[in-house]
Design a protein around this ligand. Structure first.
Ligand code: SAM
Length: 304
């Protein structure tokens, strides 16, 4: 039977391509979305994809999506020209697709019918899939924040973070680098890891096995009514949303931390030096101490 489920990945701009009505969302950056890797082969009628910018991540995602679409189904992939768009045609040709290419509003659009026979799919899925980084002792995946190295801002916080105690949260936990350090304190009773990226949460679950942990694939900006009266929050707050700088996102993280802490709770934050955290934190916390400023990063300890 010909499937009738249309797939969509991310948020393709509506003025660049037609968006299918009622499509199933597959982006790991949209909490609640379905997972391409779990979609049985040939069970989607079509796919419309805003292809991700990183090469390994993009090839992985294209390969998974091509596998999921039924032979003959419509496949439309697009990306801004400077974020992988110019590579789409060749990458999809290498998977066995016959591509028609269009350009619109700084995007390249690659269109094809899903071929009967795909080539090179398994390699792309292995190269872009979850993997154990033996030097870091961590599972990670291309596309996750700083996927194959410890971010310098996080490394700086790890050097200066004292032992925490009580109930806490790691906002934007990534693969669990900060949480791994926090859990070394026996005084930590509970730790909630939150990230908007499903791949980060799945990696963190593989990396950390501890009864004190809980994991949430959700947006920190959404209400988390049970995350109140926390003793501590740690974070390396994001300041990019969909590839563009979004200072509001980082400031939302700070606000959410202040709301989630008990009176006298503490937030440890690592931040890029150029971001104006201090001004945003001062009205929200009783005390804000700049602990370290070096190499383009700042570490703050803020008390409610
Ligand atoms: C700067 S990274 C820090 C990751 C990790 N804590 C570390 O130190 O390596 C910020 C993380 O926040 C996540 N993130 C971005 N926007 C988010 C949101 N609105 N809600 C929850 N997590 C978000 C990203 O997926 C990313 O993993």
């Amino acid at each position: 039977m010909i499937p009738n489920i249309a797939g969509i990945y991310g948020k393709p701009p509506a003025d660049v391509v037609d968006l299918p009505a009622g499509a199933v969302q597959f982006s790991p950056l949209m909490p609640g979305a379905s997972e391409l890797g779990s979609q049985a082969e040939g069970t989607l009628a079509s796919m419309t994809m805003l292809a991700p910018p990183g090469t390994l991540e993009r090839r992985y995602t294209l390969a998974q999506a091509l596998r999921a679409v039924a032979p003959g189904g419509s496949f439309v992939a697009l990306a801004p020209k400077d974020q992988g768009g110019t590579r789409l045609r060749k990458e999809m040709q290498a998977f066995g697709c016959t591509i028609e290419e269009a350009a619109r509003r700084h995007h390249r659009i690659a269109i094809c019918a899903r071929p009967d026979r795909l080539t090179g799919i398994d390699e792309a899925i292995t190269e872009g899939g979850p993997q154990l980084l033996s030097d870091l002792g961590l599972w990670s995946q291309p596309g996750v924040f700083s996927w194959d190295r410890i971010d310098p801002g996080s490394a700086l916080l790890l050097q200066h973070l004292p032992a925490q105690s009580g109930r806490g949260a790691d906002f934007g936990c990534g693969v669990g680098v900060l949480a791994r350090a926090v859990l070394t304190s026996p005084k930590v009773a509970q730790l909630t890891l939150i990230d908007i990226d499903r791949r980060a949460i799945q990696s963190a679950q593989r990396n950390l096995d501890d009864p004190r942990l809980s994991f949430r694939w959700t947006d920190v900006r959404e209400p988390n009514p049970d995350l109140t009266a926390l003793d501590f929050v740690v974070m390396n707050a994001p300041f990019h949303d969909a590839g563009t700088e979004d200072r509001g996102l980082a400031l939302n993280f700070v606000k959410r931390a202040a709301e989630s802490l008990r009176a006298g709770g503490v937030c440890w934050l690592t931040a890029n030096r150029h971001l104006p955290y201090e001004a945003a934190m001062k009205p929200l916390f009783k005390r804000v101490d700049l602990k370290i400023e070096t190499g383009g990063y700042k570490i703050y300890e803020a008390h409610t």
